[in-house]
Design a binder for this molecule. Structure first.
Ligand SMILES: Nc1ncnc2c1ncn2[C@@H]1O[C@H](COP(=O)(O)OP(=O)(O)OP(=O)(O)O)[C@@H](O)[C@H]1O
Ligand SMILES: [Mg+2]
Length: 202
């Protein structure tokens, strides 16, 4: 039998797996936080302003090959069950979570660096995507910049995001901070820490 592979338009994937798959902008941000967690990062900083969202981690990063084989491969996760180095159970398994980016904005730039290798930039407008060379130097990790945002983020929305993350994010192994404009950063604190039956848990 002749073997055939589906070819899908970038804009259709972004629409189906991004805009339609994530009903709320909060859940889309959370999906990207999970990727930072899976990358073994100890911190994930989210910066939100009128015109951008940035998500920055200090995880293992991606090189050119990782982008080509993992990032550009839709519907297959390279993650196993457990990250033995960082002793974390991976949260990702489906290989579609990064399309949360399409829920949040129409222009995306991902700058990533894996240990001592050169950093690389991947860019998309959800019609075409590709690599850009960079000589930016930083320690390993991933820096995501989302522009041409699909939502307005006001103080009220930031409070809703923080509420959502306080409920959804449970780990103490990676610190998550939400920075909104020039305000003090807000640290995400799980509401469900120190569960005590009958006291704060039924
Ligand atoms: N912040 C990051 N740091 C390093 N690698 C990343 C990061 N975000 C994504 N990746 C890489 O890109 C791949 C695709 O991410 P994506 O979230 O779409 O899928 P997944 O996490 O494997 O599964 P799921 O769809 O369940 O989240 C990941 O498997 C990982 O290899
Ligand atoms: Mg994921």
């Amino acid at each position: 039998m002749e073997n055939l592979k589906f070819t899908i338009e970038d804009r259709e994937i972004a629409e189906l797996l991004g805009r339609q798959n994530f009903s709320t902008k909060e859940s889309a941000v959370f999906e990207l936080i999970k990727n930072s967690y899976d990358a073994g990062s100890e911190t994930c900083n989210i910066y939100i302003d009128d015109h951008y969202i940035k998500i920055i981690d200090a995880g293992k990063g991606m090189n050119h090959e990782d982008f080509k084989t993992n990032w550009m491969h839709v519907g297959k996760s390279n993650k196993g069950y457990k990250d033995e180095i960082n002793n974390r159970i991976f949260t990702g398994s489906k290989g579609v979570g990064r399309f949360a980016l399409a829920r949040l904005g129409n222009q995306v730039k991902v700058l990533s660096k894996k240990n001592t290798e050169n950093a690389i930039i991947w860019k998309t407008d959800w019609i075409t995507s590709g690599f850009e060379e960079t000589n930016v130097d930083f320690d390993q990790g991933t820096y995501i910049e989302i522009l041409d945002l699909r939502d307005k983020w006001r103080s009220k929305d930031i409070n809703e995001l923080i509420e959502f993350l306080n409920r959804a994010y449970k780990s103490k192994e990676m610190e998550v901070f939400v920075h909104f404009k020039d305000n003090e950063p807000h640290s995400i604190q799980s509401k469900f820490q120190n569960l005590k039956i009958g006291v704060n848990y039924v």
